[in-house]
Design a protein around this ligand. Structure first.
Ligand code: B12
Ligand code: SF4
Ligand code: SF4
Length: 373
C-alpha cells in the first residue's frame, strides 16, 4: 500500500476507507502478537492524558532522586517530542510472570521477577525493530520509532489509551487477561490508524491488598506512589545510602520489589512468560555479592538489569539483606567489609552488624524468658 495514510499526502492520494484502515490496524496488531508480544493496541498520538498528574507528582517530590524525570518533564507532554511525525502509537506488552523459587537459605536475596533475565531494553528493542521492518513490508514508506522505558513517554498512559489495561491502585498497568507482570513497549508510527477503545474502567473494586501489603507505606493513596519510600526505587535507582527507617522493611529484597504485585488477585492466574529467564539470577547469595570484585560484578551482571545500581549499590543492597538475616555466622564477613570499606558500604556494614547483634540478643532474651516461665 502506498503513502495514503500520511497527512502530508492525504490531499494527493485517495483517502482510505474506514474498512481499509481497520484491516490495516488488525494486521499490525496480529504481526505484533506473532512477533512475541502478548498485548497490542493502538492509541492516538495526542497529548498524554496524565501529564498534569505526572507534573504534580514531580512537584510533590515523589520522584525522589530520579532527576531524569524532572529534566525531561516537558517532553512527556506529547509523544511528538520523541518523534515529530508520530500520528499513532502501537502499544505493546510482554509477560514475565515466572514463578519465583523460594529462598533456600537466609542469606539468599530476592530479585524482582522482571530482572531475572537479560536486560529487557535490548531484548525489546530487537523485537521492536523486527516488528517495524515487518510493518514496513505491509505499508511501504512507513516510518517509526521504538521506545522502551528510556524515551520520555508516559508508557502506562498510552497503554491504557490503547486498551491494554487499567491503572491499578498499586500504579501498575493491569490487563484483565494477563495481570500486571508485564513490560510495556511502544512503536511510534507516522501513519494515522484507527485507535482502540481506552480502558477507562478500573477493576480494583473495593480491594486494597497492595496498599495493605506494602511494607514501607510507599503507596500513599490508591494510584500514588512515593518513590522516597519504595524498595524498588532504593534498591534499583538510588546510588545513596538507604534511609535507616526503611532498611528492616526491605527484608530479603536484593533488587527491586514485587510485593504490591504478588498480592494482587489479578496476578493469581498469570503464569506465562515470554521474557527469557535466567535461573542464575533467581537465587543470589548476599554473602557472595558483598565480596564481589568490580571485575566479577561486571562480568556477571553487565548484560542484566542488576547492573543498574552499579557495583557499590548492589553490594549495599546485599549488606542490608545480611543485616536482616539475624544470622551471626555472617558477622566475620561484615566486620571485614566494615574495616576494608569506606563511606556508604562501611556505614551499611556497621548497621548490619548492630542489627544482627540486637536481633540475636532479643531472641536470646525471649527464649530465656520462655524457659524461666
Ligand atoms: C520512574 C519509574 C519507576 C519508579 C516510580 C514508579 C511509579 N509508580 O511512578 C520506581 C523506581 C519506583 C519504579 C518501580 C517499578 N517499576 Co518502573 N518505571 C518508571 C518509569 C521509567 C516512569 C514512570 C513514571 O513516569 N512515573 C510517574 C507516575 C506519576 O506515572 P505513572 O506511574 O506512569 O502513572 C501514570 C498513570 O498512572 C496516570 N494516572 C493514574 N491515575 C490516573 C487517573 C487519570 C484520570 C488520568 C488521566 C491518569 C492517571 O498518571 C500517571 C502519569 O501519566 C516507567 C517507564 C515509562 N517510561 O513510563 C517504568 C515502569 C512504570 N516500571 C515498570 C516496572 C515493571 C516497575 C517495577 C514492577 C519493578 C520492580 N519489580 O521493582 C516497580 C513497580 C513499583 C510500582 N508499584 O510502580 C513498568 C510497569 C509495567 C506495568 N505493568 O505497569 C514500566 C512501565 C516500565 C516498562 N517499560 O515496562 N518504576
Ligand atoms: S514496589 Fe514494594 S515498596 Fe514499592 S510500592 Fe510496591 S510493595 Fe511498596
Ligand atoms: S491488589 Fe487489589 S487494589 Fe491493588 S492493584 Fe490489585 S486489584 Fe487493585
Amino acid at each position: 500500500m502506498p503513502d495514503v495514510f500520511r497527512e502530508r499526502t492525504e490531499k494527493e492520494f485517495r483517502i482510505p476507507t474506514e474498512d481499509e484502515l481497520k484491516t490495516l490496524s488488525s494486521q499490525f496488531k496480529r504481526e505484533a502478537l506473532q512477533a512475541g508480544f502478548e498485548l497490542a493496541g493502538i492509541a492516538e498520538a495526542t497529548a498524554a492524558d496524565g501529564f498534569d498528574r505526572f507534573s504534580e507528582w514531580l512537584d510533590a517530590g515523589h520522584a525522589a532522586g530520579m532527576s531524569y524525570l524532572h529534566k525531561h518533564r516537558e517532553a512527556r507532554q506529547h509523544p511528538r517530542n520523541i518523534f515529530p511525525e508520530v500520528r499513532s502509537i502501537l502499544m505493546l506488552g510482554i509477560c514475565y510472570a515466572n514463578i519465583p523459587t523460594p529462598p533456600s537459605r537466609p542469606t539468599i536475596g530476592r530479585v524482582a521477577r522482571y530482572a531475572q533475565g537479560p536486560d529487557y531494553h535490548d531484548f525489546l528493542w530487537d523485537k521492536l525493530n523486527t516488528l517495524l521492518a515487518k510493518l514496513q513490508r505491509i505499508l511501504p514508506g512507513l516510518q517509526g520509532r521504538g521506545v522502551v522505558d528510556t524515551a520520555p513517554l508516559l508508557e502506562r498512559d498510552f497503554a491504557r489509551r490503547a486498551g491494554l489495561g487499567w491503572f491499578g491502585k498499586n500504579t501498575m498497568l493491569i490487563s484483565k487477561k494477563r495481570g500486571s507482570y508485564l513490560l510495556l513497549a511502544a512503536l511510534l508510527l507516522d501513519a494515522k490508524l484507527p485507535s482502540d477503545v481506552p480502558h477507562l474502567q478500573s477493576h480494583c473494586g473495593t480491594c486494597t491488598a497492595c496498599l495493605d501489603a506494602c511494607p514501607t507505606d510507599a503507596l500513599l493513596s490508591p494510584g500514588t506512589l512515593d518513590a522516597r519510600k519504595c524498595i524498588s526505587y532504593h534498591t534499583i535507582e538510588s546510588r545513596d545510602t538507604i534511609p535507616l527507617n526503611l532498611r528492616e522493611s526491605i527484608g530479603d529484597w536484593l533488587f527491586g520489589c514485587d510485593i504490591c504485585q504478588e498480592v494482587c488477585p489479578w496476578n493469581r492466574k498469570s503464569d506465562s512468560f515470554s521474557l527469557p529467564h535466567n535461573p542464575d539470577l533467581e537465587v543470589l547469595d548476599a554473602q557472595e555479592l558483598v565480596g564481589l570484585t568490580q571485575e566479577e560484578f561486571r562480568r556477571r551482571f553487565r548484560l542484566t538489569p542488576l547492573s543498574r545500581p552499579k557495583w557499590e549499590g548492589l553490594r549495599r543492597n546485599a549488606l542490608i539483606v545480611l543485616g536482616n538475616t539475624a544470622d551471626n555466622k555472617v558477622l566475620p564477613l561484615l566486620t571485614q567489609i566494615f574495616s576494608e570499606e569506606s563511606g556508604m558500604l562501611k556505614e551499611t556494614a556497621e548497621w548490619a552488624i548492630k542489627e544482627i547483634n540486637t536481633r540475636t540478643c532479643n531472641a536470646r532474651g525471649a527464649s530465656n524468658k520462655e524457659t524461666s516461665e
